[in-house]
Every structure is written in structure tokens, then in C-alpha cells.
Design a protein around this ligand. Structure first.
Ligand code: 3PG
Length: 212
């Protein structure tokens, strides 16, 4: 296994659930990340869907002890580089392009590339990938679909995201080809807007307890 894959797996194995965050106001990034870390969720994916995202990654990487800041919704090489410069320790994309694979090959920071079909998984395996994001998990066929990939595509591990919550996370986490799941449910917009950090720590702790 390559050093970069090991690095990625060591992050994804920190916890059963990776929070997927959409941060509108950079001022919320640090208290939100601290609340998640306090609940046990150290690896945190901040998506590049807002103008605050890069600054939020920088703030979490520099200011939140114990956090492992990552970037999500990376769609091209320029975003990959910007996210790495901001301090991301892992990069997540919803799908895969050659441009992203090239950017990942040029970087020390590992990519968790998106795949949703057997052919996409096979293409990534040919590029040397062993760990992928299964997206959008529920809409693409859910845990039953992913389970059916486990035998023919043995050796590939997934972090499913999309439509996952406390109620269905275990369906995925019990599969042999799932390393963790991702989801936004641990950081609901209303709680972030209210600054209810204790509420978020509680959700994070519930998510952390899903395994074990
Ligand atoms: C992602 O980017 O991985 C998903 O948008 C997260 O999906 P969710 O909001 O349904 O958890």
C-alpha cells in the first residue's frame, strides 16, 4: 500500500463518521470544529462550496487542537492546490477526472476520489486507488448496492456519503468494504446559526459511538 493511501486510511480510521461541513461564516469554523473534536470527530471535511471555505480550512488547521482539517467538493487542480495551501491534510472529490488524478499525483496530500459505479471503481483501481468515496450513497443504491460491489471489487474500501444519518449509518458501517461514512447531519445549519456548540458535541459523540 502506498504511503499516501496509508496516510488517508489513518485519517479515515480515526472515527466512524467524517463531518461534511458547508461553512457560510468563517467565524463559526473554529467553534464548530472544536465542538466536533470534543465529541470525538477529529477528521473534518470542509467543502469548497462557499467563499468562506478556504479561510475556514486555514483557521481550523491552525487553531483547533486535535483537528485534522480536510477539503471536500474539490472539482479541479486549482482548488486542490488552494486547499492544500490552506492546510488540508486530505482532499475529497464527489467524482473523478484526469485533472484531479494528476493534481493528486503531484501532491503529498492524499485524495479520496468519488466513484459510484463498478466501472468508475475499476478506473480508479487502475490508477492505484484503494480507498474511494461512494457518492451519492443513498441515491446511487445505498448499502445494498455497495455490499454487492464488495465481492467482485474486493480490496477496495469506501467512505460512503450522501443521504447518511444516524439512522442508516450502521447499515454501511457493518459492511466489509466500508472504512467510515461521511455526513452533514452532525452539524445542522440551525445549531450552527444558534451557536449551539454543546448540541453539536452531543451529535458528534453519538456519531462517534456508532462503532463499538
Ligand atoms: C457530500 O458532499 O459528501 C454530501 O453532500 C454530504 O451529504 P449529506 O449532506 O446528505 O450528508
Amino acid at each position: 500500500m502506498s504511503e499516501k493511501t496509508e496516510k488517508l486510511l489513518s485519517v479515515l480510521k480515526l472515527q466512524p463518521v467524517v463531518p461534511v461541513l458547508i461553512i457560510d461564516d468563517v467565524a463559526t469554523a473554529v467553534p464548530l470544529a472544536r465542538a466536533l473534536v470534543a465529541g470525538g470527530l477529529k477528521a473534518i471535511e470542509i467543502t469548497l462550496r462557499t467563499t468562506a471555505a478556504l479561510e475556514a480550512i486555514r483557521a481550523v488547521a491552525n487553531e483547533v487542537e486535535g483537528a485534522v482539517a480536510g477539503a471536500g467538493t474539490i472539482l479541479n487542480a486549482a482548488q486542490y492546490q488552494a486547499a492544500v495551501e490552506a492546510g488540508s491534510q486530505f482532499i475529497v472529490s464527489p467524482g473523478t477526472t484526469q485533472e484531479l488524478i494528476d493534481a493528486a499525483n503531484d501532491s503529498d496530500i492524499p485524495l479520496l476520489p468519488g466513484a459510484a459505479t463498478a466501472s468508475e471503481v475499476m478506473g480508479l483501481r487502475e490508477e492505484g486507488y484503494k480507498v474511494m468515496k461512494f457518492f451519492p450513497a443513498e441515491q446511487a443504491g445505498g448499502a445494498a448496492y455497495l455490499k454487492s460491489l464488495s465481492s467482485p471489487l474486493a480490496g477496495t474500501l469506501f467512505c460512503p456519503t450522501g443521504g447518511i444519518s444516524l439512522s442508516n449509518a450502521k447499515d454501511y458501517l457493518s459492511l466489509p468494504n466500508v472504512v467510515c461514512v461521511g455526513g452533514s447531519w452532525v452539524a445542522p445549519k440551525e445549531l450552527v446559526a444558534r451557536g449551539d456548540w454543546a448540541g453539536i458535541t452531543k451529535l458528534a459523540a453519538e456519531a462517534f459511538a456508532l462503532r463499538g
